[in-house]
Design a binder for this molecule. Structure first.
Ligand SMILES: [Zn+2]
Length: 250
């Protein structure tokens, strides 16, 4: 009996209490998995298109491959009714923050623009994503409903009737848009207005990557206009976008 007791005690002493054993080999395996995960993520290319630019180019271009419908090449966007900050500047500020987060998470990022003074038509923006073989294209905008009481964000996605994109691309774009909505809501606590089906967006119609155009807020709503220009709200927006992108690839 005494010997038994000693034996049990000895076994108990060599068994770790409530702690899962991680041996050297396991540690190595975990390290390898983390490295592999990072490598896998690195392969994902995200193209970020900060909507608009300093000066509009009002000459026309087709709104999709071989389309007879023509739209302005690129406009200069709206302006905050209260802050008088230009939409193009807000879009760029969020784009640069999103780039930083995505790079930190191991993505490869391709920026359509890093400055205000550029002239990049909307079809060219999609071409930049296509040339980079982007796995997703994120188009950043702010909206202007012209109503002071409307507020919140929404995501524009191609409808299933879009004649410029394949069924697979339409489906993937929808998946991407659906991943972004709750992720943005969680970070910003803004009014989630859901999806808007749009087949007239040149930069989306020319894209060969799953594409989502995010209208990040209303610049004619006092509270939202004032929020959208702050670095802290832009960071929340960028974080929500990055989390949505993560969710899309997992
Ligand atoms: Zn816009």
């Amino acid at each position: 009996m005494k010997k038994w007791g000693m034996a049990v005690l000895a076994i108990m002493m060599i068994m770790p209490a409530n702690r899962p054993a991680v041996c050297g080999k396991e540690k190595q395996a975990i390290k390898k998995t983390v490295q592999k995960d990072k490598k896998e993520k690195k392969k994902k290319v995200i193209c970020i298109d900060a909507g608009h630019q300093l000066h509009a180019d009002t000459s026309l271009e087709p709104n999709g491959p071989h389309s007879k419908v023509k739209k302005m090449k690129v406009t200069d966007g709206t302006v905050g009714r209260y802050t008088h900050v230009r939409e193009a500047s807000v879009n760029l500020a969020v784009a640069l923050k999103l780039e930083k987060i995505l790079k930190h998470r191991g993505y490869q990022v391709v920026m359509v623009r890093r400055h205000e003074k550029v002239n990049i038509l909307n079809s060219k923006r999609a071409e930049i994503a296509n040339k980079a073989h982007a796995d997703a294209m994120i188009r950043l905008h702010c909206n202007d409903m012209g109503e002071s009481h409307t507020h919140g964000f929404f995501v524009c996605t191609p409808s299933r009737h879009n004649k410029f994109m394949s069924k697979k691309l339409i489906d993937r774009s929808l998946q991407l848009s659906k991943c972004l909505l709750p992720a943005i809501e969680k970070q910003t606590h803004a009014n989630n207005r859901g999806l808007s089906y749009r087949d007239d967006l040149t930069g989306t119609n020319f894209s060969k990557a799953p594409t989502a155009l995010i209208e990040m807020g209303e610049m004619h709503n006092k509270q939202e206009d004032q929020l959208l220009v702050t670095a802290s709200y832009q960071q929340k927006m960028a974080l929500g976008l990055a989390n949505g992108i993560d969710a899309f690839f997992h």
